[in-house]
Design a protein around this ligand. Structure first.
Ligand SMILES: [Zn+2]
Length: 118
């Protein structure tokens, strides 16, 4: 765990030292592994939870009932307001056997971006 200055530009990223996920530099807690990634006692309490969650989608898929196992890829794509793709990643892959199911959750957490105080 390290103490880092706040980024001058909103959206600046870094790598989580615990799980190597790409996270916001301003994050106090990694959204992927839920571990603390920065020491900042004055702002830690506010930054440990998102200000709001404007999108959360959850769904379950089941094996279609055929004899063979099936494979799946979980693709997440982010587009800007002009429709341009700014991020497209496969975040998980796996297989489904007969009578198996998987539940997927996509959650967008939004926090206020603040300018650097350093
Ligand atoms: Zn992490």
């Amino acid at each position: 765990m390290t103490t880092l200055p706040y980024p001058a530009f909103p959206g600046t990223t870094r790598t989580c030292p615990h799980c190597t996920a790409t996270i916001l530099t301003s994050a106090a807690v990694c959204p992927a592994c839920q571990r603390y990634v920065r020491l900042d006692p004055d702002r830690l309490a506010r930054l440990t939870s998102p200000i709001f969650c404007p999108l959360q989608v959850e769904g379950t898929i089941r094996h279609p009932g055929i004899a063979e196992p099936c494979e799946y890829s979980v693709l997440v794509q982010v587009q800007n307001d002009q429709g341009e793709i700014i991020s497209r990643q496969v975040v998980g892959v796996g297989a489904l056997g007969p009578r198996e199911a998987r539940t997927f959750t996509i959650r967008v957490e939004v926090v206020t971006a603040e300018k650097s105080v350093v």
